[in-house]
Design a protein around this ligand. Structure first.
Ligand code: SAH
Ligand code: ZN
Ligand code: ZN
Ligand code: ZN
Ligand code: ZN
Length: 425
């Protein structure tokens, strides 16, 4: 499809063991955004293949990245009053193009400072099912940049983190002793208007697809290869609706790209990584990256009403940082209430009490959890032990015994989302 190789899915129906397999778009979970569909065993005629290729060609961006770089060069040569940005087309306009955009809303006098902050100029693509573009709040972005520099990294592979990339680029251009570089990998092609081919690759993180082909892949490979002892970290903040399995597979390929380039046994360590994702995906992430630990730090967003910092009176953000770095190295801001637990050897949120029985700081959501002796683990403060279900749950839950079986496999005792047969496929 236009977004690169499709992924193989399986359609299961209730009670049936085996489902039929099909290919669908890797990135769009809404058929309205991309309707690519093909049964695994389906024969595709030459005519249909040709039609598909033509469709894919027609659904590529109007300008290539190279053309956009050229356009940018021309744009910055213009005097301020001639610098327009079309809000409807999300495009920098050259004077010859004004005419075509006269009935569109546009911004005038685009300053160099504005060009350096494209994430402020472009509107966030909030379409939940595809882009889910939620931009870091300044506080969280600053925290990440400080953390990365304090840890001594000089290169950041920013995968789906345009605002982090932007802050790094901005600091590098303003502060002489700030020597961190960033390469942005994102599916949002609008960014190609502001960054060169060495700063941005049009990339799909669900199928590890570089839209710019071999040249773009080589840019990324080069960026990851360590010379002059520079250390590199990958930071990613994927759409939360995304398939963890597909993401993990791509991230492993990115990690392997670095390893390929390493000189004989010079460094066999896994590439350091921050994977920013909600805490309730912890077990899924650990399934694919067993060396990862979840940090207590709550990542906040600008355009997400629900995911803002607790202290501003809103709900607390469920988004965390998962990392393969040693947890004790990740210093969380004490002024925001985080403290160091000497037993766990990591920073935890203020409400996270160390449980003597579990021998760890057990809270996942920042609130103080309580230990249940029957479950033999700590649970959310609002939960109670239900003798019927033989586990802790909300007081007003419907007991699982009386409920119909799982939608996927038909068995009782779990719901569709936790179905063991799903994680196998
Ligand atoms: N908090 C980050 C943005 C995260 S939102 C920041 O402020 O920098 C998710 C990002 O992933 C968006 O930039 C979106 O364009 C990108 N994205 C969504 N789907 C993607 C895909 N399939 N491949 C690559 N990037 C994707
Ligand atoms: Zn698609
Ligand atoms: Zn502890
Ligand atoms: Zn406990
Ligand atoms: Zn119950």
């Amino acid at each position: 499809c236009p977004l690169g190789p499709a992924l193989l899915f399986v359609k299961t129906s209730q009670g049936k063991e085996k489902g039929r397999r099909f290919y669908a778009c890797s990135a769009c979970r809404d058929r309205k955004d991309c309707n690519f569909f093909q049964w695994e065993d389906e024969k595709v005629s030459e005519t249909r293949l040709a039609a598909r290729e033509e469709y894919n060609r027609n659904h590529q961006p109007r300008f290539t990245h190279r053309q956009n770089v050229e356009r940018y060069k021309n744009f910055v040569r213009l005097p301020l009053p001639k610098r327009r940005f079309c809000q409807e087309c999300q495009q920098l306009l050259l004077p010859a193009e004004w005419e075509k955009h006269l009935d569109h809303q546009f911004l005038c006098d685009i300053s160099t400072a504005q060009l350096k902050c494209p994430s402020q100029l472009l509107y966030p693509l909030e379409n939940k099912k595809t882009n889910a573009q939620y931009l870091f709040a300044g506080r969280s972005c600053q925290f990440l940049v400080d953390l990365i520099t304090d840890l001594g990294f000089q290169r950041v592979l920013s995968v789906g983190t345009p605002r982090l990339h932007e802050m790094i680029q901005l600091k590098a251009s303003q502060e002489e002793d700030f020597r961190v570089r960033s390469l942005l990998l994102d599916i949002d092609f609008r960014y190609s208007q502001f960054y060169t081919e060495d700063e941005f690759c049009h990339y799909n993180m669900f199928n590890h697809y570089f839209f710019g082909g071999e040249a773009a892949r080589e840019t990324c490979r080069k960026f990851l290869s360590q010379d002059n002892g520079e250390r590199v970290i990958m930071v990613t903040d994927p759409p939360f609706g995304g398939l963890v399995e597909a993401l993990a597979s791509s991230f492993k390929k990115l990690m392997a790209m670095r390893e390929e380039t390493e000189k004989e046994g010079y460094n066999n360590q896994e590439m350091p990584m921050f994977w920013i994702f909600p805490y309730f995906f912890e077990s899924r992430i650990l399934e694919f990256f067993p060396t990862f630990t979840m940090m207590d730090y709550q990542v906040d967003y600008d355009n997400h009403a629900l995911y803002k910092h607790g202290k501003t009176g809103r709900r607390q953000s469920p988004v965390r940082i998962f990392t393969n770095l040693t947890p004790s190295m990740i210093v969380l801001p004490v002024e925001e209430g985080y403290r160091f637990c000497a037993v766990c050897q990591r920073y935890v949120s203020s409400g996270n009490q160390h449980c003597e029985i579990c021998d760890s700081c057990t809270s996942k959501d920042g609130r103080q959890w309580k230990h249940c002796v029957l479950c033999n683990k700590c649970v959310k403060p609002s939960w109670f032990h239900c003798n019927n279900c033989n586990c802790c749950a909300l007081p007003d839950h419907t007991c699982e015994r009386t409920e119909a079986g799982c939608f996927v496999c038909g068995k009782a005792g779990h719901k569709r989302v936790t179905c063991p047969s799903l994680s196998r496929t």
